[in-house]
Ligand binder design. Sequence first.
Ligand code: NAP
Length: 272
Amino acid sequence: MSNIYGVAGHPIGHSLSPVIHNMLFEYYNIDAVYEKFDIAPQDFENTMDIMWKQGVKGINVTIPHKVKALETVDCLEPFALSVRSVNTIRFDGNKTYGYNTDGIGFIKALEKAGQSVENRKIAILGAGGAVNSVAKICMLKGAENVTIFARNIEKAQIVAEKVGTSCAILNEYKNYDYDIIVNATPVGMFPNTEECVIDEIKSGVFAFDLIYNPEKTSFMKLAEKCGSKAENGLWMLIYQAFEAFKIWQGINPDEIIAEKIYKRLNEVLNEK
Ligand code: NAP
């Protein structure tokens, strides 16, 4: 029987993770399937236990289960512990292991775009779940400084304190110097594609939108209009999945399958 992997969320219908992982299984000739599991918050812990006992090998975890997953696993890798959030579970023998691959996915996506956070000033818009990983990895990878800008300053302060960065109210970003600006809010995501969380971006910086639907977001259009380069979050999605695949299979996916997956995901997104 094929090994079973999957993604647990609520809701989960929109997830592109099965496309990525099932293409990886096929490419590397691995006898496994990757499915979506819609699990209500109150059922998460029990369902993970049942899955483990039934021989499921690994689960990706998405909204709203990332904190519950942290509390559920036996062992945590340091990054997941530091951001208090788990997006990948490995079921192994007598123990369950929790990881968070969002940060490394973000860094690899930046590298793919020819960017590095080292010695650079980073402005992050938003103070939600994704910001924890993005802000923390920027600090760990040697950013000169990281500032979290959010409409709710209390939330920004909680995240900033947790990951060791500074923070300010959203519109203050205009008074700060930055080399890379990251949109980590859902503003501009399909179907509200005309919306943008800010109205100006400095010239000559790099703008990264965590959103990947639409392919060119309002935030990216604004950056280009202001004379800056921009990229969407699709490579981040791919690379966080590749890190999970590496944890489960011990294989680092190559660039040939990466490009095939990128093309396929864009086709799927355009079909929607
Ligand atoms: P989240 O936990 O819901 O946080 C969203 C953040 O955006 C909150 O700080 C929220 O502020 C803020 N926000 C929402 N609407 C806003 C508005 N109109 N103006 C200003 N701020 C606003 O979401 P998340 O999990 O961090 O995800 C954020 C985005 O990143 C989503 O679009 C998600 O799809 C994307 N994402 C992409 C990847 C990838 O691999 N590419 C990975 C993770 C996330 P309040 O708290 O005040 O509401």
